[in-house]
Design a protein around this ligand. Structure first.
Ligand code: AMP
Length: 274
């Protein structure tokens, strides 16, 4: 497994692989890797000949009061996990924003609601770093997690709108044995907070497993299950436009974001039409 810190080095390596006929898959991450990230590496491996993982905690996507400074890091563990999942190249830049960097990528519409409404500037930070990463790593396929459903939809839109020439695919959300969506941020949770964090997926699964089609009734049922300190949103939306729905009479997505203690958790699930 190669480790690169310089953008030019990664670009040259990936272009050489492609010149040799290889299909290259790319998994961007912020590190502190877990089984959710590993599942994306495996998905990239299944679809591609070469797999690149980037590890970079992107300051642009954190708000001024968010957890950039304490975001968990584990370079050794990350390397071992990438190695165990047959990653060919790990890109670990010291920074992605050289002096003079002045560009921002904004995706309208899709970023207005849900996490975009609660975290101003977040998706602009995400779109900007991913656009730059796509420029540095000229892969044919990029893999994102359904864990961050809104992010996945935003990145797909950006890649298509800017004709970036990369196919954006998503891997399923991976959960811990107790049902909590795996997240690097789960390590912030005390045992008592973790127990309350479990109410996110319980609320979503209750909504998924009910036969109720009326969204107001579904949301009421979901809210009754939640035990959180601040509910940012519980919503049922069209999976691709992210517009709120009144009835689940076609495929839909239920999404939740909430603060438990000082930890912000998100989760989502697909809802079948009923
Ligand atoms: P992050 O390191 O949190 O920025 O996540 C990097 C990528 O891993 C994103 O595409 C996430 O959606 C994805 N990811 C994070 N957690 C999970 C999970 N539990 N299941 C599937 N994908 C995940």
């Amino acid at each position: 497994m190669l480790t690169c810190t310089e953008p030019g080095e990664v670009g040259a390596r990936v272009r050489a692989w492609r010149a040799g006929g290889a299909r290259v898959g790319f998994v961007p991450t912020m590190g502190f890797l877990h089984r959710g990230h590993a599942s994306l590496m495996d998905l990239a491996r299944a679809r591609c000949d070469r797999v690149v993982v980037s590890i970079y905690v992107n300051p642009l996507q954190f708000g001024p009061t968010e957890d950039l400074d304490r975001y968990p890091r584990d370079p050794e563990g990350d390397r071992a996990l990438c190695e165990a999942h047959a990653v060919d190249l790990v890109f670990v830049p010291a920074t992605l924003y050289p002096p003079g960097f002045a560009t921002r990528v904004r995706v309208d519409g899709l970023t207005a609601g849900l996490c975009g409404a609660v975290r101003p500037g977040h998706f602009e930070g995400v779109a900007t770093v991913v656009a730059r990463l796509f420029g540095i790593v000229p892969a044919q396929v990029a893999v994102f997690g359904e864990k961050d459903w809104q992010q996945y939809v935003v990145i797909r839109r950006m890649a298509e709108d800017l004709a970036l020439g990369v196919e954006v695919v998503a891997g399923p959300l991976v959960r811990d044995d107790d049902g909590l969506a795996l997240s690097s941020r789960n390590r912030y949770l005390s045992p008592a907070e973790r127990a309350r964090g479990l109410t996110l997926h319980r609320a979503l699964f209750a909504m998924r497993d009910g036969h109720e089609a009326s969204v107001p009734a579904l949301l009421e049922a979901g809210r009754a299950v939640l035990d959180v300190d601040r509910l940012d949103y519980l919503a049922v939306v069209d999976p691709w436009t992210l517009e709120p729905l009144e009835r689940v009479d076609r495929p839909a997505r239920a999404l939740v974001a909430a603060l438990v203690g000082s930890t912000r958790l998100i989760d989502n699930v697909a809802l079948d039409p009923r």
